[in-house]
Design a protein around this ligand. Structure first.
Ligand code: AMP
Length: 419
């Protein structure tokens, strides 16, 4: 679990801002749900025999209830959607969320126990449009964040009918290889053989070679949906690659699945930036009406690792350097006036030498320093130093705001030196 210090927060805010403004263009509105939910909610939605539920949940007992710190955002969003009868008010609902998630995983670069996700859910649309638009939206988001060369893997795991057929085919593939599978996969094979395809264990990866492709087992309606998704991505020019072994770790998915990966850079094995898919059965299984749905979540820490570095410094525009007690009073008033006009100000409160105050202004990156000494106090003026234009002038307090605004909006003329 990490602290995010102010030096890094600027990048978080940039990501959050770009995320919000893009998804709002698609009609998504923000929802905020609790960080703690009933444990049963996650067991029922994410599914037993998943890594998250079996090994990674932070669960605890209180007043005989079993509660869990949310490991992902969809279960809580669906619970809220059902609990507030949202489907009765609107036929289609688009929600987005941002927040902390918790999984007791083995930490490594890009994998944390408290991490943050930004995600979207569309409720009420069964057709392929929401699949195509959402996947393409995530691609645009990565582009808007300056992340290049992402890879988008897509697959369909069909509906329950397709999966029953595929399950038989997978059992036929894995059963003769049972002894070579990891213990974990051996246990999972009967519960959900798709899980074995999702295993990271080298023995299971080896045994999965040559496994039948689910895309060859799609029922007609599932295939029609899948073909329309692929055609839509093509029409929008959203790059994708079809990956028949992509099954993803959560049980609630149906039909389209996708994962966005960083193709290069610092992420190593933790290169999944975002993932999601269709979950047409989940709302009903959590007690709501039959409601098709599509959603995704991106990992904020991972996306930040993939985003290009750029220097980010938010310096107050003005630094006020008062010398003496009376000067401090004038400094307070000057600062209030400037801030009232929306200009950033830091007032020196240390009372050191002018030199040390100028050094502080310089290291902050402030453009203006307001020097106030006894003679300035006596005349209600400040000495306004422009550290960029290397210029100084005396300004009456009453004119300070207008003068700073005028100087700040004027391009600085630099003389001499190479361009
Ligand atoms: P998931 O909910 O497992 O589909 O994950 C969606 C995204 O969340 C992944 O693609 C990652 O970017 C991110 N993510 C999942 N688990 C972690 C974790 N433990 N630490 C950091 N990011 C994570």
């Amino acid at each position: 679990m990490n602290d995010v210090l102010p030096e890094e927060v600027g990048r978080w805010q940039k990501l959050e801002r770009i995320f919000r403004s893009l998804v709002e263009l698609y009609g998504f509105r923000e929802v905020r749900t609790p960080i703690v939910e009933d444990t049963g909610l996650f067991v029922r939605s994410i599914g037993e025999a998943t890594d998250v539920v079996d090994k990674e949940m932070y669960s605890f007992e209180r007043h005989r209830d079993s509660l869990t710190l949310r490991p992902e955002g969809t279960a809580g969003a669906v619970r809220a959607y059902v609990e507030h009868g949202v489907s009765k008010r609107e036929p289609v609902t688009r929600w987005y969320y941002l927040g902390s998630m918790f999984r007791a995983e083995r930490p490594q670069r890009g994998r944390y126990r408290q991490f943050h996700q930004a995600g979207c859910e569309v409720f009420g649309e069964a057709g392929p449009i929401s699949d195509v638009e959402t996947i393409s939206m995530v691609y645009s988001l990565m582009t808007n964040l300056g992340i290049e060369g992402v890879e988008i893997a897509v697959n369909s795991i069909g509906g329950p009918g397709t999966r029953a057929r595929y399950r038989d085919a997978l059992l036929a593939h894995f059963t003769p290889k049972l002894a070579s599978l990891s213990e974990h996969a051996q246990q999972r094979l009967q519960i959900n053989p798709l899980r074995v395809l999702d295993s990271k264990d080298p023995r299971d990866i080896e045994a999965s070679q040559g496994a039948p492709s689910i895309l060859e087992h799609l029922e007609d309606a599932d295939r029609e949906h899948w073909e329309a998704v692929v055609a839509g991505l093509q029409a929008l020019g959203t790059p994708y690659c079809i990956e028949p072994t992509l099954v993803r770790g959560l049980d609630y998915y149906t039909r389209t699945l996708f994962e966005v990966r960083a193709s290069s850079g610092q992420l190593g094995s933790q290169n999944a930036l975002a993932g999601g898919g269709r979950y047409d059965g989940l709302v009903a299984s959590l007690g709501g009406p039959e409601t098709p749905a599509f959603g995704f979540a991106l990992g904020i820490e991972r996306v930040l690792l993939a985003m290009p570095e750029e220097p980010q410094r938010v310096a107050p525009l003005c630094y006020v350097a008062p010398m003496g007690v009376e000067a401090q009073r004038l400094a307070l008033v000057a600062a209030r006036e400037l801030r009232g006009a929306g200009l950033g100000v830091e007032v020196d409160g240390r009372g050191g030498s002018l030199k040390s105050m100028l050094r502080r202004a310089d290291s902050l990156g402030s453009r203006f320093v307001l020097v106030i000494g006894e003679s300035e106090v006596a005349r209600s003026v400040v000495a306004l130093k422009d550290l960029v234009a290397h210029d100084q002038q005396e300004v009456a307090l009453a004119e300070l705001v207008a003068r700073v605004q005028a100087l700040a909006s004027r391009p600085v003329e630099t003389t001499g030196g190479p361009a």
